[in-house]
Design a binder for this molecule. Structure first.
Ligand SMILES: NC(=O)c1ccc[n+]([C@@H]2O[C@H](COP(=O)([O-])OP(=O)(O)OC[C@H]3O[C@@H](n4cnc5c(N)ncnc54)[C@H](O)[C@@H]3O)[C@@H](O)[C@H]2O)c1
Length: 135
């Protein structure tokens, strides 16, 4: 498969890229490195199956060629980051998600969204389970 991974330079995204590369997929990683670290994807840069597109997915998501799946992981990912980048957080959760969905729709591709764990509320214990997840 050829998979577009937004936020592929982040914590979860870079591990997803690594796992997909290991199983033989091609990756197009879209990231503006606003909260991610280029070091996360440095090991993949020489891999012909890995392509990096630097940019803000809230503005556009343009991936020439085939796309079989879109994994949308681009977003600030913690309350300190939300507070530091409130408008960017709203933009990537709305327009960024719309742009990623439109990319998937154009290619009839599978779409995976990483929601924020804030939807669970304050956990009573970690790691969370179905019983302990909400308040
Ligand atoms: N880490 C967790 O435990 C966890 C749990 C549940 C959900 N999530 C969700 O998973 C996603 C990824 O989390 P993470 O922990 O890997 O965060 P992260 O900050 O490490 O990665 C997010 C990546 O998205 C990129 N990004 C942010 N805004 C962007 C934009 N407008 N355009 C392009 N790239 C952009 C950042 O540069 C970064 O590389 C987030 O949506 C987060 O809410 C994470």
């Amino acid at each position: 498969m050829r998979v577009a991974v937004t936020g592929g330079g982040g914590f979860l995204g870079s591990h997803l890229c690594e796992a997909l590369l290991r199983r033989g997929d091609e990756i197009v990683c879209l990231d503006d490195f606003s909260t991610g670290d280029p070091a996360n994807i440095a090991p993949f840069l020489g891999n012909p199956a890995f392509e990096l597109v630097r940019g803000d997915v809230s503005r556009s998501v343009d991936v020439p060629g085939a796309v079989d799946a879109v994994a949308h992981l681009a977003s600030p990912a913690s309350p300190p980051d939300y507070l530091a980048r409130p408008l960017e957080t709203l933009a990537v959760g709305s327009r960024g998600t719309e742009n990623a969905l439109l990319l998937a729709a154009r290619h009839d591709a599978r779409f995976v969204l990483a929601s924020t764990s804030e939807v669970y509320g304050d956990p009573r214990c970690t790691p969370r389970t179905r019983r302990t997840g909400g308040t």
